[in-house]
Design a protein around this ligand. Structure first.
Ligand SMILES: [Zn+2]
Length: 517
């Protein structure tokens, strides 16, 4: 049994992929990460169904699959209210690693991890991620730390830089400067947090790596879509060097504190060949009908009204964002009497719901079979490849009533390179597939994992799932792995197996999670 470290430093590489790491190690852009990779047990970390931020990082933090933690997308459908609502830390159905460590008497530092707003009850210091509605709310758990960062690390932000693809080299370099400053500020914020908290676990999350890759993928020049172009290539190199420098400082901090290091990504990355119009496919198959009159007006009016409500609520003194519950009609416009199925939200997954007011019983079963066939058979006409990697009925796969879990009836998970989209511009409404020039890169399934700890066996030997990370970290720390966690401790990362004290699985965990999100 390897000796237990008393601390673990987690580095969240959002969208980190071996497709990028290999080439940037060879180019010498990331010497600190490359050295870490050489001394660690490394390998593949498979993402969740679907491979999107809130689902994947929740599996990472809870050690559970989406069925148990309850987050299946950014949004969920609240059937009782007929509204679309957003997931946040409050809708996660099981405790996180951070709460478990706090409960065992430890403290944590977490900077920028998604789905940590509103902050769970933890000892230590937690700054939420890009999904927090604003800065004050991101720092709600530690307002004094916000004050300190404003004074000493003004570049620190929980927000994302790469909102759109830069059109000129100057624009790319300008965004790169901001991105590099944020990476730098993250290491500095971690140093200041370390001086204040005697932490057992520290998490520093680099979300801007994901948005950089979305907008600048070709300039990484790691596959057939790669190009080198002055300014753009330099912008990428600058960001990666700043990221690596920041990670180097975190690794020094880990070494000063004798902390083990775990680097994890939430999904991989690759070129985005095309977006796929999920509702367009349903319309083409006759499963969805558009309202004949007033469609666009109604749709726009609901959206404008929603924005106005938010704006008004936030303007009031001490105003907080209203609970985000959006009417389905504001997301998608259908003739509900003649619509069988609809996808009100979702990226990288067709989240398809049956319209229960129009179909039930045997007709619902027939509709489900038709939907599954439709998505399974969908191919890219140019390359002949399937557009979806896996398509299934939630009831069949999970043995639960999807409506009770706010989850879709059918999951159609995007194949690597084809980003399914519920939202689609009106102008291209009948196009099924379309490349998006603003989004040259997107999430692919296989992310990366590196574990550097006492007794680790270096080398490319891991083949793990996101929910394996939390149990591995707890076992490494010598803490009991709670029974609700479904992942396994990754013994193969070590010379000798870890001791894995594990609580018995609570029998009521699935029943308890059926109460709705
Ligand atoms: Zn992303």
């Amino acid at each position: 049994m390897p000796p237990s470290p008393s601390r673990v430093l987690f580095i969240g590489l959002d969208g980190g992929t071996s497709a990028v790491l290999g080439p940037i190690f060879d180019r010498g852009w990331a010497p600190n990460l490359a050295a870490l990779w050489r001394r660690s047990a490394v390998g593949r970390l498979r993402s969740t169904d679907p491979m999107v931020t809130p689902v994947a990082w929740t599996s990472f933090s809870t050690g559970c699959t989406p069925l148990r933690h309850g987050v299946h997308d950014f949004n969920y459908l609240d059937h009782a209210r007929g509204a679309i609502r957003e997931h946040d830390a409050a809708t996660v159905r099981v405790p996180t690693l951070w709460e478990e460590i706090s409960r065992a008497g430890g403290s944590i530092v977490s900077l920028g991890l998604p789905i940590t707003y509103p902050a769970p009850k933890v000892r230590g210091l937690l700054v939420a991620g890009a999904d927090a509605p604003d800065r004050d709310l991101a720092f709600a758990q530690c307002p004094e730390f916000d004050g300190l960062l404003r004074a000493e690390v003004p570049a620190y932000t929980h927000k994302l830089v790469w909102k759109r693809r830069p059109r000129t080299a100057d624009e790319a370099l300008d965004q790169a400067r901001r991105c590099a400053a944020i990476f730098d500020a993250q290491a500095e914020a971690a140093r200041l947090a370390d001086a204040r908290v005697d932490w057992t676990a520290m998490m520093v999350h680099f979300h801007n790596l994901d948005s950089l890759q979305h907008r600048m993928w070709p300039y990484f020049d790691v596959d057939e879509t790669g190009v080198r172009e002055a300014g753009f290539t330099d912008a990428v190199e600058r960001c990666i060097r700043a990221l690596d420098d920041s990670i180097g400082r975190l690794l020094d901090l880990a070494s000063d504190r004798d902390a083990a290091v775990v680097v994890a990504s939430d999904h991989g990355f690759g070129p985005c060949r095309s977006l796929v119009n999920v509702n367009g496919m349903l319309r083409a198959a006759g499963l969805q009908r558009t309202r004949v009159y007033g469609t666009r007006f109604r749709y726009r009016a609901i959206r404008v009204l929603e924005r106005f409500r938010r704006w008004k609520a936030l303007r009031e003194p001490g105003g907080v964002a209203p609970e985000k519950a959006r009417p389905i009609d504001g997301q998608i416009s259908c003739d509900w009497r003649r619509t069988v199925a609809f996808a009100p939200f979702g990226q990288l997954c067709g989240n398809v719901f049956l319209n229960r007011s129009a179909v039930s019983g045997a007709s619902a079963d027939r509709a489900l079979a038709e939907l599954i066939g439709l998505f399974r058979e969908a191919r890219d006409p140019e390359r002949g490849e399937p557009l979806f990697a896996d398509v299934y009925s939630a009831a069949d796969r999970f043995g639960v009533d999807p409506a009770e879990h706010g989850m879709p009836d059918v999951f159609a998970l995007s194949a690597d390179g084809y980003q399914a989209q519920a939202k689609w511009s009106e102008r291209h409404r009948s196009t099924i597939q379309r490349p998006d020039p603003g989004l040259p890169g997107t999430h692919w399934l296989d992310g990366v994992l590196a574990v550097d700890a006492p007794g680790v066996r270096p080398g490319d030997r891991l083949d793990a799932e996101l929910h394996d990370v939390a149990p591995t970290a707890l076992a490494m720390l010598g803490l009991e792995v709670p029974g609700f966690m479904q992942g396994r401790a990754l013994h193969e990362a070590f010379e000798a197996p870890l001791d894995e004290p594990r609580e018995a699985e609570p029998v009521d965990v699935v029943a308890a999670s059926a109460d709705g999100p």
